[in-house]
Design a protein around this ligand. Structure first.
Ligand code: F6R
Ligand code: MG
Ligand code: MG
Length: 366
């Protein structure tokens, strides 16, 4: 059976600044989806990661389906009413357009969709991150799909012997999707040369070269490219099919033990380490640290099992402690150097304005 997984997520308001949506807001979104799912969805799962609400849906209507996208858009519009009634901060902030125009792409919410022939056993992972951008997944995906030091399956499993194809997007290009396809392992250095710049080059998808099947899809939305200015961090979602022709769950999760530095803490303008957290976690220290959650599922005929919380395990406690230490460590240097993002990534215009006014006062000494 051919099934589509669609995850559509948005920040439509939260409690206490950018911490987490209210229970009532989550209930409103869930209620809307449940009431309108008939004849459309096989199953759905609604969760939050920091201040972002994600609607994961299974169906047979294919990629970019208007009705599926409208269902999510309307759920977020309805939720925005609740957010406004409750005085939540940033109510409706990711809904950048007034009217739905057939597809939520380019309208603010992030989208990641996978369509595939369901296997007899179909395990997959749903990742959601807050206070960061889609390039946050570059490093884990490179390690999981191209590096045998992380993924022994690349040398052990005959089903992965041909490696994987990376589709990488230049997210600075706003007049359409500018992409390049590169094959691992032959073009490893080319893949690395692009992925080292996660604010510009983002893994959009990964494909098995053996079977041609798609393993990964990442939401590549850059809100400031849509709105022409910063309206918040992009807070990406990702779907990853695992096992058999793909890396094992543990090979996908392993790179998250690094707690690598990503763009996005405090005012969307700082580098901070990415902390793996449990499902439905909020945000705290320094409007961060950036967090990532992972819900693991099995699926049959599009029907989902309960979500297993992949980062809710004693192993991740020491990782979390390490990330907290790294976060405090980089915060010690305040706004200096690598702690704050480069000019092009700052969420505010204050520094640009200041530099412009100071520019007139510079003199060249005779
Ligand atoms: C991401 C997020 C931040 C804020 C940013 C701006 O989830 O919440 O990127 O968008 O900190 O915040 P305000 O609206 O307070 O200026
Ligand atoms: Mg936010
Ligand atoms: Mg967010």
């Amino acid at each position: 059976m051919k099934v589509t997984l669609s995850v559509i997520k948005a920040d439509i308001g939260s409690i206490g600044g950018h911490i987490a949506p209210s229970q009532k807001l989550l209930d409103t979104v869930r209620g809307h989806v449940d009431r309108n799912a008939k004849g459309m969805l096989i199953d759905s799962y609604i969760s939050h990661t920091g201040d972002d609400i994600a609607i994961l849906m299974t169906h047979t209507l294919g990629l970019g389906n208007k009705d599926i996208h409208k269902l999510a858009w309307d759920a977020f519009m309805t939720g925005t009413q609740t957010a406004k009634e409750q005085g939540l901060y940033g109510a409706g902030q990711d809904l950048l357009k007034d009217a739905f125009s057939g597809n939520v792409k380019g309208m603010g919410p992030a989208v990641a969709e996978l369509e595939f022939e369901e296997r007899a056993n179909e395990p997959f992972l749903f990742f959601a991150a807050d206070k960061t951008d889609p390039g946050a997944y570059n490093l884990p995906l490179y390690m999981a799909f191209a590096d045998p030091m992380n993924t022994p399956g690349l040398i052990l499993a005959p089903t992965m012997a041909n490696g994987f194809k990376f589709v990488i997007m230049d997210v600075s290009h706003t007049e359409g999707d500018r992409i390049i396809e590169l094959n691992a392992p032959e073009e490893l250095y080319d893949i690395a040369a692009l992925l080292r710049d996660p604010e510009r080059f983002v893994v959009e998808s990964v494909w098995s070269r053996q079977s041609g099947e798609q393993a990964v899809v990442v939401s590549t939305t850059r809100l400031h490219n849509i709105a022409g200015k910063y309206t918040g961090k992009d807070d990406p979602v990702m779907l990853v099919r695992v096992q058999k022709n793909f890396p094992a769950t543990g090979e996908i999760l392993a790179p998250f033990a690094i707690g690598h530095l990503v763009a996005g803490g405090m005012r969307g303008s700082h580098q901070m380490p990415l902390m793996p957290v449990g499902l439905n976690s909020g945000i705290s220290y320094f409007d961060g640290p950036p967090i990532v959650s992972c819900a693991a599922f099995a699926m049959r005929d599009g029907k989902l099992t309960e979500a297993m919380d992949a980062f809710d395990h004693p192993f991740w406690r020491s990782v979390q402690d390490n990330v907290a230490q790294k976060a405090v460590e980089i915060r010690r240097q305040g706004f200096f150097g690598a702690a704050m993002l480069p000019m092009s990534e700052l969420e505010y215009t204050g520094i640009t304005e200041k530099l412009e006014s100071l520019d007139a006062r510079f003199v060249v000494r005779g």
